[in-house]
Design a protein around this ligand. Sequence first.
Ligand SMILES: Cc1ncc(COP(=O)(O)O)c(C=O)c1O
Length: 655
Amino acid sequence: MMPTLMKSVVCMDCGQSMPFEPLPSTCSACGSVWLDVQYDYEAASPIWKAGLHLRDTTIWRYLELLPITRPEMIVSMGEGWTPLTHAAGLGREVNHQHLYIKDERQSPTGSFKDRQGSVTITHLQERGIRECVLASTGNKAAAYAAFCARAGIRLWIFLTSTVPNEKLRELALYGAEVVKITGTYDQAKKVAQDFAARRNIYYDAGAESIPGREGFKTVGFEIAEQLARLVPTEAGKWCVPDWYVQAVSGGIGPLGVWKGFKELLQMGLIDRLPKLAIVQAEGCAPIVTAWRFNMDNADPVVPHTRIAVLATGSPGRSYSLLRAACRETGGTMITASDGEAFRAMRLLARVEGYSMEPAAAVAFAGMQKLVESKMIGPDETVVVNCSGHTFPAEKHILEDQYVLDLQFGESGGSANHTQLEDGLGAALERLDEQVTTVVVIDDNPQDSRLIRRLLQAHKNYRVFEVNNPLDGLDLVRQRKPDLIVMDLTMPDLDGFTLLEAFKTDAEVVNIPVVVVSAKTLTAADRARLEGRVESLWQKGSFNTRELVDHVVRTLGGDPVNASEDPLAEVTEGKIVAASKAAIAQAVTEPRPPRDILVIDDDPRDSRLIRRLLEATGRYKVHEAANGESALAMLSQQKYDLFVLDLMLPDISGID
Ligand SMILES: Cc1ncc(COP(=O)(O)O)c(C=O)c1O
């Protein structure tokens, strides 16, 4: 392996030049911690042009431009040279043909932080450092823990309590000491730094760490080397995309990648630099905010995002360095909300087979917005860094019921072969019903829950509720359900536009849609629904059993037996429109308010029914929590209708 071609270390603040051995961490003149390594690019260029293709496919193929002087000390697990793949499926979805994914999920611990980990831990080995402290939002911790385990270095990791337990367990498995801080990531960093100072242990700095930033350079090197194999390029040249998109927390990653591109330019391996697109989670976007307001420094924020990995509230100097990089070539900075990231995550999994972590999906959501806003031009090549793998798939990413539970026979091994066969047959029959999928889209969670409960009270269907129309669109495209039940009046995207989206998507166009809405329809509304919906029901005035029967019939099942219906005749309304002709004359008839007594010992159920009925403006609802108080109330007043739970604590509902 060739030795490094490091020449010197230069202070970014005062320009002081220093020897590279031992690698300094502060400027010998002004004390700044922002130092940069310079290499002999002239010497490196011909070496790389001549023979890189013969080298190992790890980050260490670029050793001449890495800050390591003793290659025999390298701590490696084969990190780097992750695939760069054309994303045709995603391209079709977002209407952009020239998308490439740098698949950093395929790193030893599942994220691009392994590049930083490998170079940093090798650096510690060179210096004989046997103990290290760091703070992390999760992935740097996993990378360092693995590399430290390999090098036999003791590691102390400070994380916030928002880091999922699965990740904490992974770190402990590597043998690291894990300290959980109930506070922000910036507070965790402070505690870790104090702890290291008190015990005189090496503290691994963030973006200002030379080995860390230098490790990330290799992403830029690889993209340029790999892209030249995928797109036509001048002989002997590497190739950069028009855009490089990355999700950002503390900013060390893109700072390193940017330096990598600049070094290639200096070496004459590429002719231009890409534009940088920095994407932050909307709930923790100090860098993007400062960019938008053209500020010289980023104001710290308290993170409010579920994407814990991107929760650096105080980016410090990274901001001004990234701003300079963005300005140099006309790049930009943008945010993506958690919801947009989760949607992008599901989209990438569905159309590309990439299961990525939410932090990585933030970059994809940002890219989508930049394509939509035409900031990224139609002919421009884009590389998005898929910086980390989905491990663990956090609960809020997936709707519940993502696993079908098929049970058959007796457990415990007492069942004989015939019993097991019978059990399996019955279970498979049940499975037919269980895989019948209904998606309910309603911005009012109580309404969607009522519909779900009504359906599930009778049938073992899988009913997914979503309370946001965009998530609804996403879920329908992902699950391709057998039926959609949806509201019309919703924020962000009204039901009509949503319906339009379903009916213009070849993959979901044939899924029947049942509309349940409180909206009073105009003639124009009716025209938009004509021929596109199976039936239309007016909220608050339909007969629940008729709705359930209608859904069951639409799904090809037998109507529900009246005696099975626990919420039968909640209202005495009627189906407003079950045919095209009926939709044309949909009306709501005014009625005098009626008194209803809801008898239910579960206050949540009782409240739900009460709210639904009162929302119609037609009923006065009274509640009783048990049979005795219901009887007492009955002796005082007459009621028009009872909604009765059969399982009460004192008297049975039937009695
Ligand atoms: C998967 C993933 N993507 C993006 C980032 C943001 O990286 P940076 O620290 O370079 O801003 C992180 C940081 O931990 C990460 O783990």
